[in-house]
Structures are given as C-alpha cells and as structure tokens.
Design a protein around this ligand. Sequence first.
Ligand SMILES: C[S@@+](CC[C@H](N)C(=O)[O-])C[C@H]1O[C@@H](n2cnc3c(N)ncnc32)[C@H](O)[C@@H]1O
Length: 243
Amino acid sequence: MTDPLIPAVLSFRDNGTPFSPLYDDIYHSAVGALEQAHYVFLRGNALPERWHGRRVFTVLETGFGMGINFLMTWAAWRADSSRCERLHFVSTEKHPFALADLRRAYAAILSDPAIAALADTLASEWPMLVPGTHRLEFDEGRVVLTLVFADAQQSLPNLRLRADAFYLDGFAPAKNPELWTPAVFKSLARLAGEGATFATYSSAGDIKRADAGRLRVQKGGRLRLETRDAGRPFRAALARAPS
Ligand SMILES: C[S@@+](CC[C@H](N)C(=O)[O-])C[C@H]1O[C@@H](n2cnc3c(N)ncnc32)[C@H](O)[C@@H]1O
C-alpha cells in the first residue's frame, strides 16, 4: 500500500521568505520568487526562445513547491506570440501544500496581478492530496500540468517522457541530498531529450560537494549531465550554474 502524503508546512522567515521547517531551507531566494523563476529557471534554460516553432515542449521539474516556476513558465508561454503549440510541465512533489496553505502563500508573496490570477486558476484546480499522478489542463488543454505527488526517487524511474528543459529545484544539496544522488541523475539523464538543458539555483560549489554522479561541473561553472547509456546516443544537457 502507498504511504499517505505528508503535506508541506508553510512558514515564513522574518523577511517574508517562505521557508520549510521540514528541510530547514527556503522555497525561494530573498530576491523574490518571481525574479528567481525568471532568471534562474527560464533564462537558465534559454526560454522562451527554445520553444519557438515547437509543437510540444516539455519541462520536468524536481520539487513543485508552490508552483511559482510553473506559473512564471505558463505566463511566459501566454505572453509569447511565437510560443510552442503545447506546453507540458511535469513536476514531482513529495510534500504538496494543502490548498488553504497554497492560497495563503500566494496571498503573501504574489504582488504581480497577472501571476496572481494564474495562481488563482491553479488553486481552483488543485488536486486532493492523494499520492500519484494528477493531470491538470489550462488554456484549452494547450498547457498541461502533470503533478506527480510522490518521492522523486521513486517516481522519476517510472516516468515516460522526453524532457526539453529540467528545473532542478528540490532544495540545496546540503539540505536535501536525496535529490542529488547518482540514481536521481541517472533517471534525469534517461529522460533528457535531444539538446535538453537544465538549470538550478544551487551553486557550482554546492553541486561539486554533492554526490551527484552524472552531473559534473565544468570550467566557468557550466554543468554537464552525462547521458550516455549502453546502446543509446549521447545527449548533452548544459546550463550555467549561478556562482
Ligand atoms: C525549493 S522548493 C521548490 C520551489 C518550487 N519549484 C516553486 O516554484 O515554488 C523544493 C521542493 O522540493 C520538494 N522535495 C524535496 N524532496 C523531494 C523528493 N524527494 N521528491 C519530490 N519532491 C521533493 C519539497 O517538498 C519542496 O516543495
């Protein structure tokens, strides 16, 4: 039998930054959740340019949290006249927020009215906290959010998809080493599509210290994910780690 989910506990630091007592780490940088999503995750994956002219573009995220990265990606897709036909955003989450806490978090951190409106739409579709996969559709089904409420260590090996961009956002390696193991990176490498890229808020130094197996830090802080599997073509996923 599957274990019941343990929901996230919503807390705030004195400066208003949402914080997880469970992991002793912050959900977003003090600079601001929206800015971090834009600079680290969208720009880090060269979005929106990379989805131009594509029929489907798939993002895979470790750690949905409050879904700020999803909301910013959805907003960027909406604002882009050259957007891909379909955006598929797949995100794993071991400790999802209860709906009331999700709404409380949005009320506290979202000052941009356009993002707040998308957040409200997401909250109105928020699934029950039941382990497993929940598929949500927005914008006439052109934006699909697949939420996998489970431990990524177990769920990633079972996913079937080709990711174009990875958002590695499962807290810092020092605070949450379970999401930075060779096994997790082996799963991510298996899911990487041709030319996939990834971005993370964690610094190159953090990653060097983590036992991230196939994720390697190169000169200049660039990250490289080794994706050679027996009998399968080599695919490189590169992005710059913030220093
Ligand atoms: C930094 S927060 C993510 C912020 C989020 N991406 C956003 O845009 O709001 C990290 C998230 O990773 C989740 N997490 C930690 N360990 C996990 C695991 N093993 N599997 C899945 N999710 C995990 C945490 O519960 C937390 O919600």
